[in-house]
Design a protein around this ligand. Structure first.
Ligand SMILES: Cc1ncc(COP(=O)(O)O)c(C=O)c1O
Length: 475
């Protein structure tokens, strides 16, 4: 029996090595179709199941991807032989959020032009349509400046809400402009959403690791969290969510719709539906953060939770910060059920978002240039992620684990357990490089040997050199 098992291991490993060899030699390039299961089975005199097993393992390593009814294809990460981080294992306990002490070190360096910007997830103004947007702002101000030097109603400027609802329609989200309130960035949308469905002391279930700004919002609202095990490919572990909903008093969940920051993971539509079914069963609202949804590397924009089940209580949050204008601070929150409460909160916090900026953005969206702009920035981010991944693969120690995001523009690296990423952060600053240390992304101490690298700038020599320097610090 043991000999048979060894033989089986040997066989599928041969198939795996054969495919990776073809990729190494360049015979199989990114995007090409791998030989069919049948072809491989006949050629290597093994069963189709053995080939299937080999291909599934290569899929786990992001070397191949299965496409429905078409077979297996070589991915963009096929030349990367560093493994992915596994499922995270946060402590299964409800905790108070105390994160601010870990965050402000990085924020100090947010716009320091002397540093290589691998720390904050901010796209370069070169990649954003900054000068194009400047022209719209200048024209809007020149033509209608007086008209927009006013307060708007808390819900926000109608033309912008109409444009947002039109875009949402494309991925099956049927929203009336009245179901949308414009906020000051996604941060305010998340803040208002949490204020709407929770009270201080309540427990919110979140992904682990998660975006540090969200942790700060939770802290400032006096909320507690339960961090859920999260996979670097397909998001939260559904069994852990089910257990938490049964055994703990969860008041709300807050998950990324797509491409969690820092993991870049994406839940399948079926998994999202299963999450919604569970939440309906337990009558728990979901707040979703879709800020990275438009930055998909695949051909289709993933649907957010809100578009998948009308019965679920979902509050949708997003903004234009990652795709057009972080400086405009324009985001939005969508809900029909909670709109009155949302508007009360919005009025109390900032009354309304800046009207001139909303009008300029609405004009930009109406002009029809946003889709081609999105195609361009998606190409840039894919390229940056690709080049950074290859550089890390080349220079970092072989035991480094690296995420394979399917969207967004950040990479998550797990370093050897004895590396202290706070120390790397300080040493990197001395070398003129800014990175984000892993402990910012959780209330736990689980990510002390992790770092997040942002790929928001067009790749050049300076970035290649910085990755080499970082790898030396890590070693
Ligand atoms: C996941 C996530 N949500 C929200 C935000 C903040 O968005 P905004 O700048 O629109 O407030 C960020 C910014 O990094 C983010 O990564």
């Amino acid at each position: 029996m043991e000999a048979e098992e060894k033989e089986l291991t040997y066989r599928y490993e041969i198939i795996m090595n054969f495919i990776t060899d073809l990729i190494h030699k360049g015979t199989l390039g990114a995007g090409m179709r791998a030989p069919s299961l049948r072809e491989m089975a006949t050629q290597h005199k093994v069963s189709i199941t053995t080939v299937q097993q080999a291909y599934r393992l290569l899929e786990d390593r992001a070397v191949l991807e299965a496409r429905p009814k078409s077979g297996f294809f070589v991915t963009q990460y096929s030349q990367v032989f560093l493994e992915k981080p596994g499922l995270s294992t946060p402590p299964n306990e409800v905790v108070n959020v105390e994160i601010s002490g870990r965050i402000f070190d990085l924020i100090t360096y947010i716009n320091d032009p002397k540093l290589v910007p691998l720390g904050c997830a901010i796209p370069s103004t070169e990649i954003l349509a900054s000068s194009q947007l400047d022209r719209f702002l200048a024209r809007t101000a020149r033509v209608n400046g007086k008209k927009y030097n006013i307060y708007s109603e808390p819900r926000g400027y109608i033309d912008l809400r109409v444009e947002i609802s039109r875009r949402a329609m494309r991925w099956g989200q049927s929203l009336s402009p009245d179901d949308i309130a414009i906020t000051c960035g996604c941060t305010e949308a998340l803040f208002i959403a949490l204020r709407t469905v929770t009270n201080p002391g309540d427990v919110v279930a979140i992904e682990s690791p998660t975006y540090f700004g969200l942790l700060l919002v939770l802290e400032s609202l006096g909320l507690k969290t339960l961090e859920l095990p999260t996979d670097a490919s397909d998001g939260i572990e559904i069994e852990a969510l089910a257990t938490a909903l049964q055994s703990k008093s969860i008041k709300a969940c807050l998950f990324a719709s797509s491409y969690n920051n820092p993991l870049g993971c994406l839940m399948s539509e079926d998994k999202k539906k299963a999450v919604l079914d569970l939440l309906i069963q337990h009558d728990v609202p979901l707040i979703e953060d879709d800020i990275y949804g438009d930055i998909h590397f695949g051909p289709e924009r993933p649907k957010p939770f809100i578009a998948l089940n009308d019965q679920a209580d979902v509050i949708y949050c997003s903004s234009f910060s990652k795709t057009i204008a972080p400086g405009y601070r324009i985001g939005w929150i969508a809900t029909s059920k909670h709109m009155q409460k949302v508007l009360k909160e919005k009025f109390a916090i900032t009354l309304c978002a800046p009207v001139l900026l909303q009008a300029a953005l609405a004009d930009f969206l109406k002009s029809g240039g946003y889709d081609s702009h999105l195609r361009r920035i998606r190409r840039s981010f894919t390229d940056n992620i690709d080049r950074m991944t290859r550089a890390i693969n080349q220079y970092f120690p072989k035991n480094t684990l690296i995420s394979r995001p399917s969207g967004g523009f950040v990479l998550w690296l797990e370093l050897s357990a004895d590396v202290d990423s706070r120390q790397i952060f300080s040493q990197a600053l001395q070398e003129g490089i800014c990175i984000a240390p892993g402990d910012m992304f959780s209330t736990s101490d689980n990510y002390k040997n992790f770092i997040r690298l942002s790929c928001g700038y067009p790749w050049n020599e300076k970035f290649e050199k910085s990755i080499k320097t970082l790898s030396e610090l890590v070693r």
